[in-house]
Design a binder for this molecule. Structure first.
Ligand code: KE4
Length: 429
């Protein structure tokens, strides 16, 4: 049970004076919850410990990177060892070649790859490469999908199909979003309609192959295959934003899991094992558009940083040589999310539990959630109460209805049982 949170509260009071909202990324402020955020001191395995010494079972997992659990010895040792040789050179290094070769050798649809420093940067660069390759400007994204905060991606999710994006953030000029069109997730007709209206103008369709930023919304049967067919017909680039699903659903990510081949893929999170790494890659003829070999400019002082590469490559190599982890995560996900669903039904709740492998969430709505509109029918106040009650019992969920729970290899059956027991008490209360 949570003891005092006095030190977290004191830190938050200081933080808000010097950092916007007291945090370096908005979701960490628990804005949707209305409680002072916990400041975390350290983490180990499936646990995080706040500055007041409270221990929590962690379902944020740093939003996905910690698939092997926190403080994984081999990753920590690889970082310490790399640090002894220097932190950054701004020159080419061997480990960047190893990282690129490792991914291209093991992920068949990736022929070339470029390292960057975040998922946002990966998406921004992949979109630019697709536009440079096709000579077209229009991008189709989906309401409820989040692809980082580059200007062209900050379009209002609106209701349904939007042919010309309206900025969803102050400071984004209309010019930056006018070429971003919004379709409806799991609705191929909405994509067809946009492609008809912008015939010959669509550079790319970008999709989260599993929606995980509106809560968890898996693709309907045939949806991803349908996008592949529509992009082939329209000669548009199909971009899978695998920042969350990459190396999580399977070693080859959602592309392997659903057996659908994108033209470009964006990565983040797991590829850096908690260090700042993003990447974009795919078909050689598209990637060779990128500077310095091609005319699409993209650069980065710390891209391919040797310490970050050491962490990320160690994690990828471990995942590749222990692929039983993916079956284990799927079984644990079935146990956690499947039991949650049973417990809700037993108590007469109609709430929805969407899940796929290690990703899942409880939507506080009786409506089946298949896209952003249906996700928004959720009772966010009820979610906030659930989050706070679970936090008080030492279970740290994602502090928003529209995020995912992340399971790691470090979450044991006992920890999952403890989580379910706490959830049962919350529902009974
Ligand atoms: P970053 O720039 O935050 O590394 O990645 C952006 C991004 C791109 N694509 C997808 C599918 C993503 O989920 C993300 C970032 N995910 C959020 C969690 N929902 C990051 C958490 C945060 O913003 O603090």
């Amino acid at each position: 049970m949570t003891k005092s949170v006095a030190l977290s509260e004191a830190l938050f009071e200081r933080a808000v004076k010097r950092i916007p909202g007291g945090v370096n990324s908005p979701v960490r402020a628990y804005g949707a919850i209305g409680e002072s955020p916990r400041f975390i001191d350290r983490a180990d395995g499936c646990y995080i410990y706040d500055v007041d010494g409270n221990r929590y079972i962690d379902y944020i997992d740093s939003w996905g990177p910690m698939i092997l659990g926190h403080n994984f010895p081999a990753i920590r040792e690889s970082v310490v060892k790399a640090c002894e040789k220097g932190l950054s050179f701004g020159c080419a290094t061997e480990i960047e070649v190893e990282m690129a070769e490792f991914i291209c050798v093991h992920i068949p649809h990736i022929e070339m790859i470029r390292m960057v420093n975040s998922g946002t940067e990966a998406v921004m660069s992949a979109v630019r490469a697709a536009r440079g390759y096709t000579g077209r400007n229009k991008i189709i994204k989906f309401a409820g999908c989040y692809h980082g905060h580059s200007d062209a991606m900050l379009v209002s999710a609106g209701s349904g199909v939007m042919t010309s994006g309206v900025p969803d953030s102050a400071g984004v000029p209309a010019g930056c979003t006018q070429d971003t069109m919004t379709a409806v997730y799991n609705d191929l007709d909405s994509v067809r309609l946009l492609m008809e209206q912008a015939k010959g103008e669509v550079a790319a369709v970008i999709v989260e192959p599993v929606g995980a930023n509106m809560g968890v919304v898996p693709p309907a049967k045939g949806f991803l295959e349908g996008l592949r067919g529509l992009c082939d017909k329209e000669q548009a680039v199909l971009i899978f934003d695998e920042v969350i699903t990459g190396f999580r659903l399977a070693f080859g990510g959602a592309a392997e899991y659903f057996d659908v081949k994108p033209d470009l893929v964006t990565y983040g999170k797991i590829i850096g094992a908690g260090m700042p790494v993003g990447a974009y890659g795919g078909r050689r003829e598209i990637m060779e558009m990128v500077s310095p070999v091609g005319k699409v400019y993209q650069a980065g002082t710390l891209s391919g940083n040797p310490i970050a590469m050491a962490a990320g490559l160690t994690q990828l190599k471990y995942l590749h040589s222990h692929q039983e982890i993916y079956k284990d995560l799927a079984e644990k996900g079935q146990k956690l999310y499947g039991s949650m669903e049973r417990m809700l039904r037993e108590r007469g709740f109609g709430y929805q539990v969407n899940h796929i492998s290690s990703l899942g969430c409880v939507f506080f709505t009786d409506t089946a959630v298949t896209d952003y509109q249906s996700a928004k029918t959720s009772d966010t106040a009820a979610f906030a109460e659930y989050f706070k009650a679970m936090l008080g019992m030492g279970i740290h969920l994602a502090p928003s209805q529209f995020e995912a729970m992340f399971l790691s290899a470090a979450h044991t059956d006992e920890v999952i049982s403890e989580t379910l027991e706490a959830a049962g008490k919350c529902l009974d209360a």
